[in-house]
Design a protein around this ligand. Structure first.
Ligand code: K7E
Ligand code: RUQ
Ligand code: CUA
Length: 636
């Protein structure tokens, strides 16, 4: 790629050829922003579909792309992107189209900058979620009302420990984690469209049920579970036992069907067995039928959860309304994505070069679910995930070919199975794309314009940083789908995102300071003047303090050796941006408190002495002086 090579970089500017170094110099002299802006007019004309933020130049990115993703200083992105962080356990918030990282939301991990896992409340969330110190999140989902993002919550799975977490999008903060019973490796995870009735999780690893040491050497007694979690209470409300395993899941748009892939229909415990047969299947769950079975008491309760039997031989699958329909597919399907109009589920995976289109209008009508297969275009090697532009195209990542294949959905439905005629275009991307995602592709009305390909290997694309490399998320311009795809930017991503989801900025409304009504009754608001120490027991004290620029409510406080100290701190600032921190050396105490918020931490003052408390956020010119002393007196 010439654009990544200094010598090969050049750009036409009104007949003048500028090298990258000249450009950078010119930028420094005139202010980079205006210099970059000046390029815009000299570029290939922007298409009408370009967003206002397209108007920047592309010079500083070293890209020769006609479509710039540069967002000028002072300008904002058009979309929020929510990236899963893989086994870092966090969610990352990235602006589109700039690809700038805006925030990290710790979910299954502890994170010091936000004090997550340090204050009592977040520690309790992690504790109630099983007490693990990490998670492996793959699939972020936004809550929906009427099939569109309502900006309330984000839900994400933890494959490692079989959990689902909820992030409150008013505060961009994790507020609940459920450790789904009876299940290992919650992998696929989605909300039930259109109104988020459930968060659905696929248990990928088969285990004995209950998993209590019996039947460990009898894989026939193993089972995988499909779980439904209530989005408000975050409790697991029912589970369905199935044949084979469960990988990825998506739902139709009408609240009835959930479609999951299965790559180990052999139910083997080692790879030779898992790859023995020629075919696997997708499973189509009929949610109302499952609810009816639960209502009728047709379940067995395991660890407090009703588990209904959705295996093929189950009586519940014999009637007109089977709980689970098993649809034969080529070997090892992985992705399941439902298109914007809800008509087809797109199922593909790794070993077959095809995508299976399942007609969701037909699946409830036909006797043999195989008759609901509406198309099977041949798109290339290693199809992994599919996304949509809302203009009749599907885009499938090709893990082995390292390409994005764009193809025509209706053409595929009318072509012979296995035809490659529906393929419109292929674009080379960097090594081994997994998920790809276009703007608002999971809603009923995708926005097109940009697509991100999440490539697993960055190879030679960035400065080497030791043997563990970043991934490479590539930004691709797709416009309204009528023009050619164009690779616009590389973006290194810390290991290891799998998936992302985009919402227009108008659909997300974060608070800029805390609303204390949101925690009233749960913890106090310590106003200035309310600071003080109260002895609550022979060996416990409650310390309450306010904080503002540039002092804590108390310059010092005294406790006794061995006291359990509950420290409650409020940030009484009324303006945004002024965060105060609380660090107490040698006590592992670290709070980050946003304006109008209160945080609490409980710890033991073990050793007599003086401990300087300081503020960790640079909050004013007197930030370094923002200090207090904890004095721990000897007990006798
Ligand atoms: Cu394909 Cu977990 Cu969505 Cu990774 S999964 S890529
Ligand atoms: S000091 S501005 Cu440690 Cu350089 Cu913070
Ligand atoms: Cu408060 Cu620094």
């Amino acid at each position: 790629d010439a654009a990544s090579d200094d010598d090969g970089f050049s750009m036409q500017l009104g007949g003048l050829e500028l090298g990258r170094r000249d450009f950078v110099k010119a930028g420094a002299a005139t202010g980079l922003a205006s210099a970059a802006g000046a390029f815009a007019g000299c570029q290939t004309a922007l298409p009408e579909s370009a967003t206002p933020s397209d108007s920047g130049g592309s010079g500083s990115q070293g890209s020769s792309a006609a479509h710039s993703h540069v967002v000028e200083p002072g300008e904002k992105d058009e979309y929020y992107g929510f990236w899963s962080g893989g086994h870092s356990g966090e969610i990352r918030v990235i602006g589109i189209p700039s690809m700038r990282e805006l925030a990290r939301i710790p979910v299954f991990n502890t994170e010091a900058a936000r004090g997550y896992g340090y204050d009592d409340q977040s520690s309790q969330i992690l504790e109630a979620g099983g007490g693990y110190t990490w998670g492996d999140n793959h699939h972020p989902n936004l809550s929906e009302t009427d099939g569109d993002y309502d900006g309330e919550y984000l839900f994400v799975n933890d494959k490692a420990n079989g959990r689902i977490a909820r992030v409150n999008l008013k505060y961009f903060e994790t507020d609940a984690i459920v450790d789904v019973p009876n299940t290992q490796a919650v992998h696929g995870c989605t909300v039930l469209s259109p109104d988020t009735k459930y968060v659905l999780g696929n248990g990928e690893f088969r285990t004995p049920l209950p998993n209590d040491g019996r039947d460990v050497n009898n894989p026939e007694k193993y089972t995988a579970l499909f779980s439904a979690v209530d989005p408000e209470s975050m409790e697991t409300v029912w589970q369905v036992k199935v044949d084979g395993n469960l990988d990825i899941v998506d739902t139709g748009k009408e609240g009835r069907w959930a479609i999951a892939s299965c790559y180990n229909s052999e139910e083997a415990t080692e790879i030779q067995g898992m790859t023995h047969d020629d075919r696997d299947y997708a499973k189509v769950f009929d949610v109302p039928a499952i609810e009816k079975a639960v209502e009728n008491g047709d379940y067995e309760e395991v660890n407090g959860v009703p588990v209904v039997d959705g295996t093929r031989d189950s009586d519940l699958n014999k009637g007109d309304e089977p709980l689970v329909r098993y649809v034969s597919t080529p070997k090892s399907p992985h992705c399941v994505e439902v298109g914007p109009d809800g008509k087809y589920a797109f199922i593909a995976g790794k070993l077959s070069p095809t995508v299976t289109m399942l007609d969701l209008d037909k699946i409830g009508e036909v006797d043999d679910p195989a008759d609901a297969v509406a198309g099977r275009p041949k798109v290339g090697l290693g199809p992994l995930h599919t996304t949509f532009d809302g203009n009749g195209h599907a885009y499938t990542s090709l893990f082995i070919d390292s390409q994005v294949a764009k193809w025509d959905i209706e053409k595929a439905a009318n072509a012979e199975l296995g035809s490659s005629d529906p393929v419109v275009e292929k674009l080379d991307v960097h090594y081994n794309p997994g998920h790809i995602q276009a703007l608002e592709a999971m809603t009923t009305d995708p926005d097109g314009e940009w697509l991100v390909s999440l490539n697993k290997l960055s190879k030679d694309r960035f400065l080497p940083v030791g043997p563990i490399h970043p991934d490479n998320d590539q930004l691709i311009h797709i416009g309204d789908g009528e023009k050619e795809m164009e690779l616009v930017a590389d973006h290194p991503a810390y290991p290891e995102p799998h998936d992302c989801i985009f919402a227009h900025k108008d659909k997300i409304n974060p608070a800029t300071t805390w609303d204390k009504a949101d925690y009233e009754g749960e913890k106090p608001f310590v106003a200035e003047g309310d600071s003080g120490v109260e002895r609550t027991g022979e060996r416990s004290v409650h310390v309450k303090a306010s904080s503002k620029r540039s002092e804590y409510g108390m310059f010092d406080f005294t406790v006794k050796e061995g006291d359990e100290v509950r420290l409650t701190m409020t940030n009484v600032e009324g303006v945004r941006d002024i965060i105060h921190g609380v660090a107490i050396p040698e006590h592992d105490v670290n709070l980050a408190i946003a304006p109008q918020d209160t945080r609490e931490v409980t710890f033991t003052a073990d050793d007599p002495g003086v401990y300087w408390i300081y503020c960790t956020y640079f909050c004013s010119a007197l930030h370094l002086e923002m200090r207090s002393r904890m004095i721990v007196e000897p007990r006798d």
